[in-house]
Design a protein around this ligand. Structure first.
Ligand SMILES: CC(C)(COP(=O)(O)OP(=O)(O)OC[C@H]1O[C@@H](n2cnc3c(N)ncnc32)[C@H](O)[C@@H]1OP(=O)(O)O)[C@@H](O)C(=O)NCCC(=O)NCCS
Length: 196
């Protein structure tokens, strides 16, 4: 009974976190969070080749904060070219990741809130599609499926079943084939972080 009362209370409780734009003061907390959640190998991932030395897509570096303002979750999206279409033209898209939530706050909807906020913002900014590498069992609930990325490849080792796509505009990834290439602005002055 106590467990049921607790879960009902949790359901009606006001959110204990907010989703916010990342700012330069969040970088250290974000990197510490990623080290804790993803481990030391996180920089060896193929996705990292598309992020390294680049600034995230404008307006698409988000954090979740607890009510004291501490960073408890992070997600960023990056500009890429997702192969070419039937006419041989490069397809602009976003690569999402890493998504991570502080282990002490897992299972409270923080990851879902970050995902929905990121998708909403990407839509507002008129992007056509989002790609990511992750567990389909988690990301399918947000509309990501392997079929959308079936003829695309990451610039390094990846598991085909974990390479997923979401179209924000119908048919955006139709015929998309080839290797992902970084297309975001190169990381330079600190002012670029603010602009992102
Ligand atoms: C994956 C992660 C971002 C989820 O964050 P979260 O705030 O706990 O997620 P939410 O509270 O929004 O959602 C929790 C739900 O997702 C499910 N879930 C979490 N990780 C999952 C996974 N890898 N596969 C399938 N389902 C998963 C939980 O079981 C839970 O299910 P329920 O709603 O049916 O109870 C977080 O666990 C994390 O940071 N993990 C380590 C980093 C990582 O692996 N990131 C990439 C994910 S592929």
């Amino acid at each position: 009974m106590a467990a049921i009362v607790d879960s009902v209370r949790a359901f009606f409780a006001p959110s204990a976190f907010v989703i916010d734009a990342e700012n330069p003061g969040d970088v250290v907390a974000r990197e510490n969070l990623l080290d804790r959640t993803m481990g030391p190998d996180r920089r060896r991932k193929s996705s990292e080749k598309l992020r390294s030395g680049r600034v995230p897509a404008a307006g698409l570096a988000l954090v979740a904060r607890d009510l004291d303002g501490h960073v408890i979750g992070t997600v960023r999206l990056w500009n890429v070219e997702a192969g070419v279409n039937h006419f041989g033209s490069p397809i602009d898209a976003l690569l999402l990741g890493p998504l991570a939530v502080d282990p002490t706050h897992e299972g409270k909807g923080v990851g879902g809130a970050l995902m929905r906020a990121a998708i909403l913002e990407a839509n507002k900014r008129e992007h056509g599609a989002i790609l990511l590498v992750g567990d389909a069992a988690y990301y399918e609930r947000f509309g990501f499926f392997a079929a959308k990325a079936q003829h695309l490849v990451m610039p390094g080792p990846f598991e085909r079943a974990r390479f997923l796509g979401l179209e924000l505009k119908d048919g955006w990834l139709e015929g998309a084939a080839g290797i992902l290439v970084a297309s975001g602005r190169k990381f330079g002055a600190a002012s670029e972080l603010k602009a992102a």
